[in-house]
Design a binder for this molecule. Structure first.
Ligand SMILES: [Zn+2]
Length: 312
């Protein structure tokens, strides 16, 4: 049959749907970000990546990766996706950076009511570590192959790197996966652990050490093209003010209806830490934390398990 010129394309209906859903906040994906996810038939993600330092380590002397804390949860059809200023407190040893989500989480947790504790858990801090990577092979998104990207890797991957620096066994010598000459790529596998129901990178494996390229000039060129991660540093001026965060928090958690009620008032207090607080805040990050979407994904996003969500 002859193709009719009247066949409507899918984009046109998308445009109409988007116009109707115009009030649903959509976020633009950062094309520089590597985002493993389980939104596929196999419910797994496989890729081979090589870790890259920011510039040439001997010259730039910059951190290999940068810690970031975010809250990312959806309530009443709206996302609260904001960086958590509690990280500044941790890094600078101060207490003056307040996070509405953390304050509310602390209050929910202290209530000891199951529903509120669960709510706090759903709104918890998601901790990731931003690193540069070279995508060697990404079968799901072949357009990423050969690209330098940044990845908000979970603590589980940091542990894999750390164990190379500080091997458990005395028979192994320390090595640095980031080394462009003696380092090695990671064959990563993200899938659900059936016994916990959480996504895990447990099946990931390091490949054999080898130079990124044979030609050192090419390596220098590659490292000089890495992403400057300074934009992810937890510097106070890079964070929104408490009022701005609080307005957004109240808007999302109230479904957009902010009424003047004590329930909607975030009380900033500096109560001395209780013994319970100490116990909960010393719980270590679970190695099961998977990649955290820092922007909404269309359903099926990775669940994470991370108990250290009461940092305020
Ligand atoms: Zn917070």
């Amino acid at each position: 049959m002859k193709t009719s010129s009247l066949i409507a394309d899918m984009e046109s209906i998308d445009e109409t749907l988007n116009a109707i859903n115009g009030n649903k906040k959509t976020f633009e994906k950062d094309p520089r970000q590597f985002r493993p996810n389980l939104k596929n038939e196999k419910k797994e993600y496989r890729a081979t990546v090589r870790f890259l330092s920011q510039g040439i380590q001997q010259v730039a002397k910059k951190a290999y990766f940068i810690e970031r804390w975010d809250h990312a949860f959806i309530e009443n059809g709206q996302w609260y996706i904001e960086r958590c200023p509690s990280l500044i407190n941790k890094q600078l040893g101060v207490k003056d950076h307040k996070c509405p989500a953390c304050i509310s989480n602390r209050r929910d947790y202290n209530s000891k009511q199951e529903v509120l504790v669960q709510r706090a858990h759903d709104r918890k801090i998601k901790k990731t570590y931003v690193t540069n990577i070279l995508v060697i092979d990404d079968p799901q998104f072949p357009e990423n192959n050969g690209k330098i990207m940044y990845w908000n890797m979970p603590y589980e991957i940091v542990k894999l790197i750390e164990i190379k620096w500080h091997p458990e066994s005395k028979k192994r010598s320390p090595s640095n996966p980031y080394c462009p000459i003696k380092g090695y790529a990671l064959d990563l596998v993200l899938k659900i652990n059936p016994s916990t129901g959480y996504a895990t990178y447990a099946g990931s494996e390091w490949l054999e050490p080898e130079p990124i390229y044979e030609n050192e000039e090419e390596i220098v060129k590659l490292l000089n093209s890495t992403i400057d991660l300074d934009e992810f540093l937890s510097e106070p001026d890079k964070f929104k003010s408490f009022d701005e965060l609080n307005n957004r928090f109240l808007k999302v958690t109230s479904g957009g209806v902010i009424i003047d009620s004590p329930m909607n008032t975030i009380i900033v207090d500096d109560k001395p830490t209780t013994a319970l607080d100490k116990v909960t805040s010393s719980i270590t990050t679970s190695a099961l934390a998977a990649d955290v979407p820092d922007k909404p994904v269309e359903g099926g996003e990775v669940s994470t398990e991370d108990d250290s969500w009461l940092e305020d």
